[in-house]
Design a protein around this ligand. Sequence first.
Ligand SMILES: [Fe+2]
Length: 317
Amino acid sequence: MRYQLKQIYCRPWTLSGLSLKLIESHYENNYGGAMRRLNAVTGQLEALDFANTPGYVINGLKREELAAYNSVVLHELYFASMGGEGKVTSAMADALVRDFGSVQRWRTQFSAMGYALGGGSGWVLLSWLPRDGGLINQYASEHSQAIASGIPLLALDMYEHAYHIDFGANAAAYVDTFLRNVDWKAVEGRFEDAGNVAPPRPLVQEEFGDLPGVGVEDVRAMLAAGQPLQLIDTRPKYFVSRQQDIAEGVVWRDPERVAEWMGELSKEKPVVVYCAYGFHVGCRTAIALRDAGFDARYMTVGHSGWKAVGAPIRMTP
Ligand SMILES: [Fe+2]
C-alpha cells in the first residue's frame, strides 16, 4: 500500500460532547474508507496503460484520486483540530483580529458556514493564503474544491457521518460542540509552519536591475487622490493600432521617440510609463527617462492590467 494511516491526533475520550462511538465510527469508516479508496485508486492508476486508455477512464480515476487524497488529508486535519478547550491562543487571536476584524467575527462567520452546510455536506476550513499573506474561511465540497495553494489550519467536517450518531439532524449543536473542542495551540503551530511557506515567486526582470515599478492599483489611488502624476502610455505603435483602445485621460507617446518627447515632461512631478503588459518597452522607456533625470517608474501590469482592474478606457480613433 502506497499510503498509510496516521494515528488519530486528538484523544477521543477527552472530547466534550462528542461520543467515542461517533469518533471511532468516523475514524474507522470514513477516514479509513477514504484511505482504502485512495490506495485502491492508486493501484489502478499505477497499473494503467495511460497511452491506450480512453480519456473518460483516466478522468474518472484521477478525479477519484483527488477526492480520496483530499478526504484523507482533511480528515487528518479534522482530528488534529480537536482535543483542546476551544480557547483561542493570543497569537491566533492577533491573526484573526487582523484578517476578520475580531475573534468573534471570525467565529460567527465560521459557525454560520457550518450551520449553512447542515443537512448538506462538505468542509469548513480556516486556511492560510501564502500569495496574500492572510487567513480565509473557505468551503471544500466533495473533498476537492479547495483553494489551490491555500494551507488549511483548522477543519470542520460537515458530512453527516461526522455528527449524525450523536446529534441527529441538529448540525448546529455539532458545530458549537466542535468549536468548544478546538485545540488552538495545535492550530497556532500549523499557522507558524504555514507562515514559513514562501509566496509564489515574483517576476524578476534581471536585465532591468532595480528599476522601480508601481502597480495599477497604486497608480489609480494616486490619480484619485489628485497627486501630481505624469502617466504615459508608451506601447509600441503597432500595439495601439491592434488593441484599438487607450486608458481614459492618458496620452500615448511613441517609445521609439522618447528622446524627442521627454522635453514635454516636468522633472518636478513623478512619471509613470507603461507598455502592453509590463515588460521591455515600458521598462526601457522608464530607464531612458531616469537616465535623463526624471523621477520615472514603470507600471508593472501595463495596459492589460489597467483594463483587468476595470479602469476606464476609450477607443482610439
Ligand atoms: Fe468525515
